[in-house]
Design a protein around this ligand. Structure first.
Ligand code: ZN
Length: 449
C-alpha cells in the first residue's frame, strides 16, 4: 500500500510474525506445550495455540520452529548503566549485549536522569534494548560521589527524598550501606508515603529482620551473612570478610529463612558477581570468565589493576573464600526451598561481569546451588514480572503480553545452557535471528580489542 505522497505508508500495523510448530515453555508453571503456533503482532503476543487450529495473518513472517523451544525473555533485575556510558551510543552497545543474550527486561540499580530518557525511548520503540526499570541515585554514599546523591543534613531530607524521586520518574529508591538507623527509617517512611519501593543493600546499622519489613528487595544477600556472624566477632571494629571465614553460625540459617518468608522478602543473590568481587582469584584466573571479549581493553586493564592491588594487600598465602561462597549458596537454596522470591540479577557490567553473559553465569550458579532450572528461570521471568507488578506485560507467554521471547535449540527446563546461544530473540515484537545477533556481537568484540 502506498501513501498519497508516494512514500510507503508508516507501518500502522507492522507485519505479524508466527512461530510455527514450536514447543512453548510459558513459565506460568513447570510445563511444555508441544506443537504450538505463536503469533505476534506489533509488540504483543496475539495468540498461542495448537498449530492445527492456528490462524496465521496473511503476510506474516513464518518462523519454522519445529523441535525448538520458545520461552519468555529474561529479566536481569540488577544491572547498571555506567555514568560515563549513559549516552545513547554507549548504552546501545550495552543493550545489544543484553538483548543478544536473551535479556529483554532489566532493572537499573543506580539511576541517572539520562537513564529515564533511555527507558522512555526503549518503551516507545525508538531505541532497541531491554525494557528498563530505573532506581534512583543511591543514598548511603558520600554526597556528590555520583550525580544526584544529596547530603542528608536532617532526617527530613531523608524523608522527603523518595517523593522527589517518584516525581522525577524513578521506579524505586536505591540505598547503599552508609546510613544510620534513623536515616534508614526516615527514608523507608518517605517511600511508604510516596508509594515508591525501597531497594538495595542493608546498611550495617540495620538488622536483616528490620530491612525485610521495609525493603521491596535486598541485593547481594546483604544482611544474611552479617546475621550469621557470632556476636563477639560482630563488635570487632573494621571486620573483614577473612575474619568471618569458618566462623559463620550456619545453624541459624533456618531462622533467617522463617523471617524472610514471614515478611515476603525478595532477594537478588548476585552469586556470580560476588564470586569475583570477594575472592582471591588472580587476574589470570578471572580472565577466563565468560564474555570478556566484549569488554574494552582499557576496562579490563583497570580490573587487573584493582585485583592486583587487592591481592597485594591480602599478602601470602591468599585467603580462600570458597567456604564463604558455599554459605551464600546454602542460604540461596534454603530461600528457594522455602518458596521465597529469588530474582535473577547480575550487577553487570562490572568487575569481570559482562552484560547479558552474566545472566547465564548466574543461572548456572543458581542451578549449582541446587535450584531446578525452572526455579532459577522463574526469578528471571514470571517472578520478576510479579515483583514490578508487570504480570500483564512480561514474564510468561500468553496473548496480550509483550512479545519478548527467546527461541532456543533445546528445552531450557532440562538445562539452562541452551539459552546462552539462542536461535533468535524477539524484543518488543522485533525478531532478531542468530546471524544478526552474531554480527552485532562480532562488531562489539572487534571494537573492544
Ligand atoms: Zn549493583
Amino acid at each position: 500500500m502506498l501513501a498519497v505522497t508516494g512514500l510507503p505508508a508508516a507501518a500502522e500495523k507492522p507485519p505479524a510474525t508466527a512461530f510455527i510448530d514450536v514447543n512453548v515453555v510459558p513459565m506460568d508453571s513447570e510445563r511444555v506445550l508441544t506443537g504450538q503456533t505463536v503469533v505476534v503482532e506489533g509488540d504483543r503476543i496475539l495468540s498461542v495455540g495448537p498449530s492445527a487450529k492456528a490462524t496465521i495473518p496473511r503476510g506474516a513472517t513464518r518462523i519454522a520452529a519445529k523441535g525448538r523451544y520458545l520461552m519468555p525473555g529474561l529479566a536481569d533485575m540488577h544491572i547498571h548503566i555506567p555514568v560515563e556510558g549513559s549516552d545513547e551510543a554507549s548504552a546501545s552497545k550495552e543493550f545489544w549485549l543484553f538483548v543478544a543474550h536473551g535479556v529483554t527486561t532489566a532493572r537499573v540499580m543506580i539511576g541517572q536522569p539520562e537513564h529515564l530518557a533511555l527507558r522512555d525511548r526503549i518503551a516507545s520503540g525508538a531505541l532497541l534494548g531491554p525494557t528498563l526499570y530505573v532506581a534512583s541515585p543511591p543514598l548511603g554514599i558520600k554526597a556528590g560521589t555520583l550525580p544526584g546523591v544529596p547530603e542528608l543534613k536532617t532526617l527530613d531530607d531523608a524523608r522527603r527524598f523518595p517523593s522527589k524521586q517518584k516525581k522525577a520518574g524513578y521506579d524505586a529508591v536505591k540505598i547503599l550501606d552508609d546510613l544510620t538507623l534513623e536515616q534508614y527509617d526516615a527514608i523507608a517512611a518517605g517511600c511508604r508515603e510516596a508509594g515508591i519501593p525501597l531497594v538495595g543493600h542493608v546498611p550495617d546499622a540495620v538488622s536483616l529482620e528490620h530491612a525485610l519489613e521495609s525493603q521491596a528487595s535486598i541485593e547481594h544477600l546483604a544482611g544474611y551473612i552479617e546475621a550469621l556472624i557470632p556476636a563477639d566477632l560482630r563488635r570487632k571494629p573494621d571486620l573483614r570478610f577473612r575474619d568471618i571465614l569458618g566462623k559463620l553460625e550456619t545453624a541459624r540459617i533456618p531462622d533467617l529463612i522463617v523471617a524472610t518468608k514471614k515478611a515476603h522478602g525478595v532477594n537478588v543473590p548476585t552469586l556470580y558477581f560476588w564470586s569475583a568481587l570477594v575472592g582471591s582469584d588472580t587476574p589470570e584466573q578471572l580472565g577466563t570468565r565468560a564474555g570478556l571479549e566484549f569488554v574494552p581493553a582499557k576496562e579490563k586493564a583497570a580490573w587487573v589493576e584493582q585485583r592486583t592491588k587487592a591481592l597485594a594487600r591480602m599478602g601470602t598465602p591468599p585467603v580462600d573464600y570458597s567456604s564463604y561462597h558455599a554459605v551464600r549458596a546454602q542460604i540461596t537454596k534454603a530461600l528457594s526451598d522455602a518458596g521465597t522470591t529469588l530474582l535473577l540479577g547480575t550487577d553487570s557490567p562490572d568487575f569481570y561481569n559482562v552484560a547479558g553473559v552474566a545472566a547465564h553465569e548466574e543461572l548456572d550458579r543458581l542451578v549449582a546451588a541446587g535450584l531446578t532450572p525452572y526455579q532459577a528461570l522463574s526469578g528471571g521471568t514470571r517472578e520478576a514480572a510479579a515483583f514490578v507488578h508487570g504480570e500483564k506485560e512480561f514474564g510468561t507467554i500468553a496473548p496480550g503480553l509483550r512479545a519478548d521471547l527467546i527461541l532456543a535449540e533445546a528445552n531450557p527446563l532440562a538445562g539452562v545452557a541452551t539459552l546462552r546461544t539462542p536461535v533468535g530473540v524477539m524484543v518488543r515484537g522485533r525478531w532478531i535471528a542468530r546471524p544478526e545477533i552474531q554480527q552485532h556481537l562480532d562488531a562489539i568484540a572487534a571494537e573492544a580489542k
